[in-house]
Design a protein around this ligand. Structure first.
Ligand code: 1CP
Length: 357
């Protein structure tokens, strides 16, 4: 299926989000929030059901409705598919559960060569047909572009190896440094799975994709460059449709920002510790930037939120290549009213006409 949100010049169907991804002229700063779906919204809790998020995500009608909820509530400029980065590896039977309040838990974590046999190629139409079906429903019903996504091979590998959420990533670091061959095979297999998953989402109608390498900033820059970067680069360069913008995001990536861009991103997602002007000084003005309001600030009094939003808009200096977002995902205790207010504030900031045409 053709995705319908190409740039204004291509279809006449205008999207500020797609224009900003391409650093093209538009009048209003686009905004969406990572983890905007399925978090604190009362309407989500109502239809979420009691099973695992993996069950809710595998029901296309319900997953499409959850994806649309933040679009309707906040008026954001993009929707992100309701799914999870662990869906592809779960679907091929690696033995993953997503436990409420914890996150992905692996019954038998990845340890040795033997475990490579538990991975295989992803056949999206057979393994995750519901992802395609959800996006097809959204192509009809969603008024704004739908962002498909995947976890980058490194971040997914870290969950498979650690077995549960971890911020020290000790086992992952040990494997990548001491078992080079196993690491390469694991990363190659995960890259293939990620590529199939993203291309399937694009073929089903996703208008942009985001590669989440959430924990890329937890390893040393030199190690990132040798052991992680080549695989993310392969993933991003294997996207079949060159017109679909590619967003590449991680937390704590300031020291490796040039590599996050060089992996093949059209948009670099930055966290809240990397001021936009610092990111631009490193990356230049051609590449678009997404971010970066601190999600913790959204728990503060509204005046503090307003000040932080204005500061980001000021630092952006009316650059067209900016998509307003948080520096990481929406925190579960966030008042939805605060996010609606952020959207109003961002939208009320008008961009001037581009002088260079
Ligand atoms: O807006 C959305 O919520 C869209 C759907 C979405 C996305 C984009 C979910 C649903 N998960 C994700 C991506 C995801 N999942 C990432 C990348 C983004 C990020 O860095 O936050 C990561 C690291 C995960 C793994 C994961 N799944 C965690 C984090 C664990 C950790 O290490 O801290 C958690 C808590 C989950 C469960 C999950 N995924 C999604 C939801 C709504 C939930 C909560 C559980 C539930 O409601 O049952």
């Amino acid at each position: 299926m053709e995705n319908s949100f190409l740039s204004a010049d291509e279809t006449g169907k205008k999207s500020d989000f797609i224009s900003a991804c391409r650093n093209e002229q538009h009048s209003r700063v686009p905004v969406w929030f990572m983890r905007q779906a399925g978090r604190s919204l009362p309407e989500y809790k109502k239809i979420r059901g009691t099973g695992s998020i993996l069950e809710a995500a595998s029901d296309p009608e319900r997953a499409a409705e959850i994806t649309l909820q933040p679009v309707e509530r906040y008026g954001v400029d993009a929707a992100i598919l309701f799914s999870d980065i662990m869906v592809p590896v779960h679907s091929i039977g690696f033995g993953i559960e997503i436990q409420p309040g914890i996150g992905p838990v692996v019954e038998n974590p990845f340890e040795s060569t033997e475990d490579l046999k538990r991975l295989r190629k992803l056949e999206p139409e057979i393994d995750v047909p519901y992802v395609g079906e959800t996006i097809k429903i959204l192509s009809q019903e969603c008024p704004v572009p739908v962002i498909g996504f995947a976890g980058a091979p490194f971040t997914v590998a870290s969950y498979l190896i650690e077995g549960k959420p971890s911020r020290s990533l000790e086992k992952t670091k040990a494997l990548m440094e001491q078992e080079s061959e196993i690491w390469d095979s694991l990363m190659n297999q995960l890259s293939d799975i990620t590529i199939s998953s993203l291309n399937h989402q694009i073929e089903s109608g996703a208008s942009a994709i985001q590669l989440f390498d959430s924990w890329a900033g937890l390893i040393e820059p030199e190690i990132y460059e040798q052991k992680v970067f080549p695989y993310s680069k392969r993933v991003l360069s294997s996207i079949n449709n060159s017109r679909v913008p590619k967003i590449h995001f991680g937390v704590g990536t300031q020291p490796i920002l040039h590599l996050i861009a060089a992996a093949g991103a059209d948009v670099v997602g930055i966290d809240s510790n990397t001021p936009i002007d610092t990111a631009r000084a490193k990356l230049g003005n051609e590449i678009a930037i997404q971010g970066n309001l601190d999600p913790e600030i959204c728990l503060q009094p509204i005046e503090i939120v307003e000040k932080a939003v204005s500061e980001i808009l000021t630092l952006n200096n009316n650059n067209f290549g900016h998509i307003f977002n948080l520096g990481h995902g929406v925190l579960p205790d966030t008042d939805p009213g605060v996010l609606s207010h952020v959207v109003e504030m961002v939208h009320s900031h008008k961009l001037p006409e581009r002088k260079d045409g």
